[in-house]
Ligand binder design. Structure first.
Ligand code: FNR
Length: 376
């Protein structure tokens, strides 16, 4: 069966981000799959194969990857803070490059969404304020099985602790580039550490990192500054989930808060700004979409002068329209990429899509990971 090609596609027009020329605009969104090699949370041969299969993405953004042991919040997620992890990611980057693909590594610190079993010395997880997240995390029990566990009330970070985290981000970015990836994405959404600082619901600090919008955005901007200094221009993306409510997020003045961040991000030569539609943050489907979101995204799009990537519930038609309308420059696809390793080709040719199976999203074997078939 043959499929007509879209001759005037905006989605399949090339674009440059920093020094990289991308052939089209279908990116692979960051997707936690909790299948890193054990022990040590090291990318292994199965992970290499998964990313190799998806190298036809304009840009792969890796699954969230902890910058330090303190930054881990879920079982079996990969890190980028040990020599073994750097070698593991080197094999992933090499496989993607061998297929002509591009990959950024998503840098992650979960903050309060963690558990003492992941923390050095069994300590309490760290956060802007001693306020627990209204959620659970996934830990390993004594028999090696994954189980859901309540998160404890975290400890509020000292300013020395904050400075250490900025250093950890910078070191992680250096490690990622040493592994051969094309750039890094700073995960500043989904209720994790940087988002916990940004949102007034989770940040009750009274020092230079809390209170005003400038203070709540300070840690993110310090991280952006440190990482861009480390890896150079055009190789750092920032992912935000404005108005997301996952893990207890909420801000008193979202338009002002995220408008300020969008404006300030113009001060660094980033690769892109990546925003997620609030209807789909993480894996949680929010049934209430705040009507202020649409105005906020348009405002951030106008305020930020660089490349904008959008994600969340897109299909071929809505992605094409978003690019054509100037709402975004690149669209990232999450769940469709789990089930369709050759997603760009399928979108380009209107081929039928495989359906992703949520039962195999997190943890497990090659089933539901590297065994989704290509169309041709
Ligand atoms: C996600 N998402 C996500 N986001 C992120 O920034 N880092 C991550 O590691 C993950 N992990 C993750 C795992 C799984 C199994 C899902 C389904 C989602 C969110 C993801 O990048 C994307 O924004 C959403 O899936 C919405 O896009 P789609 O799936 O509607 O195209």
């Amino acid at each position: 069966m043959t499929y007509p090609l879209l001759t005037t596609s905006h989605l399949f027009a090339p674009i440059e981000i920093g020094p990289l020329k991308l052939n089209h605009r279908v990116a692979m969104a960051p997707l936690t799959r909790s299948r890193a090699g054990q022990p040590g949370n090291v990318p292994d041969a199965m992970n290499v194969e998964y990313y190799r299969q998806r190298a036809s993405a304009a840009l792969i953004i890796s699954e969230a990857t902890q910058i330090s042991q303190q930054g881990q919040g879920y079982a079996w997620t990969p890190g980028i803070h040990t020599p073994e992890q750097i070698e593991g990611w080197r094999a992933v980057a090499a496989a993607v490059h061998a297929e002509g693909g591009r990959i950024f590594l998503q840098l992650w610190h979960v903050g309060r969404v963690s558990h003492p079993s992941f923390q050095p010395g069994g300590a309490l997880p760290v956060a802007p304020s001693a306020l627990p997240a209204p959620g659970k995390t996934f830990v390993v029990d004594a028999s090696g099985k994954g189980v859901w566990a309540d998160v404890p009330t975290p400890q509020a970070l000292t300013t020395a602790g904050i400075a250490e985290i900025v250093r950890d981000y910078r070191q992680a970015a250096r490690n990622a580039m040493a592994a051969g990836v094309d750039g890094v994405e700073i995960h500043a959404g989904n209720g994790y550490l940087l988002d916990q600082f940004i949102n007034s619901a989770s940040n009750h600090r009274t020092d230079a990192y809390g209170g005003s919008i400038e203070n709540r955005a300070r840690l993110l901007l310090e991280v952006v500054d440190a990482i861009t200094a480390e890896v150079g221009p055009g190789r750092v993306g920032v992912r935000l989930t404005p108005m997301g409510r996952f893990m207890g997020m909420g801000d008193a003045t979202p338009a002002a808060t995220f408008g300020y961040i969008a404006r300030r991000l113009n001060d660094w030569p980033l690769a892109y700004l990546h925003l997620v539609e609030p209807a789909m943050v993480g894996t949680v489907k929010d049934d209430i979409v705040d009507p202020r979101w649409d105005a906020l995204i348009l405002d951030m799009r106008a305020t930020y002068h660089g490349v904008v990537m959008l994600a969340g519930g897109y299909d071929a038609r809505s992605a094409e329209k978003a690019i054509a309308d100037g709402r975004a420059d690149i669209i990232a696809f999450g769940r469709p990429f789990i089930a369709n390793p050759d997603l760009p080709w399928r979108l380009r040719t209107s081929a039928a899509l495989n359906t992703p199976d949520p039962a195999t999203f997190f943890g497990g074997t090659a089933v539901g990971y590297t065994d989704y078939p290509k169309a041709a």
